[in-house]
Design a protein around this ligand. Sequence first.
Ligand SMILES: *Cc1c(COP(=O)(O)O)cnc(C)c1O
Length: 481
Amino acid sequence: MKKPIPALLYEQSEPGRRAAILPNCDVPESAFPEDLARDELKLPELSEPGVVRYFTQISQLNFAIDTNFYPLGSCTMKYNPKVNEAMAALPGFVGHHPMQDEHLSQGSLELMYRLQQQLAAVAGFHGVALQPAAGAQGEFTGIMMIRAYHESRGDTDRRKVLIPDSAHGTNPATVTMAGYEPVEIPSDENGNVDLSAFEQGCDETLAALMITNPNTLGLFEEQIEEVTRLVHECGGLVYGDGANMNALLGALRPGDVGIDVMHFNLHKTFSTPHGGGGPGAGPVAAAEILTPFLPGPIVACDQDGGPYYFTDPPQSIGRLKLFNGNFGMLVRAFTYILMHGDSGIRELGENAVLNANYLKSRIEKLLPVKFKRGCMHEFVASGKIDGADDVHTMDIAKRLLDYGMHAPTVYFPLIVKEALMIEPTESENKRTLDAFVEVLETIVNEARENPDLLHNAPHEMPLRRLDEVKAVKDLVLCMRA
Ligand SMILES: *Cc1c(COP(=O)(O)O)cnc(C)c1O
């Protein structure tokens, strides 16, 4: 049954309805501060069950990782284990004020210190700063560190940052914000960086290369060592976009193949909630030459077991975010890492890659998949269905919703026409993956037999097809009609 959309809270309001009845006042009354008082506060008047039903109903209009398969490529929507939540809710963490003295903060500091160590170990780096609040802020941090490095050597003519055309949009945005000039380099027919175009960009004006591995096609960048060597030879540094670290866990350490600085997306790789579910965390890890430039403060200790203390790296680029970033996310990621241990972490990566390859091998019989080699944790299909020319990726995506599955990422990366980017993650089982393939089979048949069924999808959602551009450009945040 189609879920009805509840009337807005303000429309449900009835004079005199109350959710709470306060006891009689048993202290002397005093006047409300004049400058804070307003004659008319337009608040809705509702009963407690009315409020609870309203918020429960609107929460159920959405797709969520806790209710539906969510193969949103590039976003790594894996299951967020509830034990993470339990740990983040421990009173010692929740009640800990970030301005408490270090000697009263040893538990939180130890957690941060150990997480720094774990992230450095997983990715093969020397130093880690946990502060950045998201992948994009981590990127900005890393490029600013590279800039500070060049400037510290008086090497100020380097202006250019090379970025493959498959990159996430945040990469060129980061470069521009850091005051550098982004230069796009094409991919070759195998989905790797086009080496000859790349070599032409390697000169004395090169500040850095920003590279994502596996790239956003879900393909392992096969020439990674060659590419990082060439960048270093001409005096540049290499930024690794680590958003796809899920695929590499326990198998390859980016620090070992010439990456100088990289961000993690804890909210992708280490199972902390994101999207509508929580703030992110984008720690940055650096090779030895860039460690002095990390944002501060970071946590240090002089002997095993503490005491732990905050310190600013000697040539730090400064602070990126108030206090210690999104600390609750650090607790969740730390829990996920501890829960799996060394061998478990490796299995996470292996299962993410296995699931993606299993889906790819089945889906390439239904939809075109351009690159024929094995994928990593995700792959990019195309929504062009043989025998259904006027059906597009968006139609397939909307029809999937009718079958209770969140759509894959659509129209990204830009270098694949009608892209459908599919990432199952390690937290799905074979039964779910098979169900997804069966739904896609049904949709492909529908596209050939009754394309309008897809053109008009979704049919079962509370709202039909939305004007997504208008929704973004003309966002209504007010609950009042
Ligand atoms: C998600 C992602 C980012 C940005 O991360 P946010 O946490 O959303 O800011 C950057 N690069 C790639 C490849 C990504 O998948």
